[in-house]
Design a protein around this ligand. Sequence first.
Ligand code: GDP
Ligand code: MN
Length: 397
Amino acid sequence: MNVHEYQGKEILAQFGVGIQRGVVATTPDEAVAAAKQLTQETGTDWHVIKAQVHAGGRGKGGGVKLAKSLDEVAQISDDIIGMQLVTPQTTAEGKKVHQVLVAEDVYYPGDSEPKEFYISVLLNRATGRNMIMYSTEGGMDIETVAEQTPELIFTEEIDPTVGLIPFQARKVAFNLGLSGTAFKGMTKFVTALYKAYVGADAALFEINPVLKTSDDKIIAVDAKVTLDENALFRHPDFEAMRDIREENPTDVAAREVGLNYVALDGNVGCMVNGAGLAMATMDLIKQAGGDPANFLDVGGTADAARVEAAFRIILQDTKVKAILINIFGGIVRCDRVAQGIVDAYKNMGDAINVPIIVRLQGTNADIAKELIDASGLEVQSAILFQEAADKVQAVLQ
Ligand code: GDP
Ligand code: MN
């Protein structure tokens, strides 16, 4: 799950990571109040107004602006709140901005040497270990740095049995070219950041830029934070940070009914029980010359309500030209699933406008096939996996 920059910074601050301070606002009036409050706390009259959307590159799209007075805070917030922000990471249509973060200006006026770094924490899937990835080239698009000057990107892998050891935090600060107070500040920053990553059950932290101010403070100016969905039950306060306005409506609908759904690019919708069988089904569709439109695990209870919910979610995708339902009846009996399919189909009427191929195997598979064949609905049934794939291929021709 992704969270907004202001929420990501809240999480970092909880673990003692230095951040650029800010207050979120949904109207220009709230933004002005936030700026006044920040001025009292920090002493700076300048503020940066930052669009809060789940996408990076906001600066390039005009979603991050400096305000040198309260009038400018009001004006800029008014411009940004409600705009469709287009950045290199959004679609051409952009994302609607519902709120801004009013933050203290940390690039002090007259500061000749603010230094921006890049630091991320993520899982290295090749080694199965967390790593800190960092670079002197902060503030820039890291993909560009990786392409043009890969020697400027460093990594530090963490042994899970001992965690981040102090030597590693010092190595990061050293490789970033720091000394004195800034060196100490960076080791503290990196240590707290890694503690936060583990403590929050995060899947990704990307802090770009991490800033060294001219008075040698090390702070997170930006924060892209992705939390591990599967660990959210341990963090009810993080679960509350979910902003469904930023999420794909189909994903939200699937999560609400408890379906495990991942959208893909193909044309054959899949409804399967069990993740392993779902993967195998996707392979089979590929082999038959089709392309899976999704991964969907309906779980153990494929009753009419769940099957109908799954149908509706699959059919929201207009690329879908056929649906393959592949159910293995172990504890759940095939005839019950078949009845669920027939009931859901009848209930949905014209909403189902693509051919449906059903393969039911396992307990009572033959009764299930009879049930489907006798239903009079336009559903083709199969018992063998290959038979189902051939039928899919035939309807796609
Ligand atoms: P992104 O464009 O979505 O990655 O948003 P960032 O939070 O990284 O902000 C973009 C850029 O705005 C940063 O790289 C900075 O150069 C600039 N910026 C951020 N905070 C401040 C600030 O307090 N003062 C000034 N002058 N610039 C800032
Ligand atoms: Mn950034």
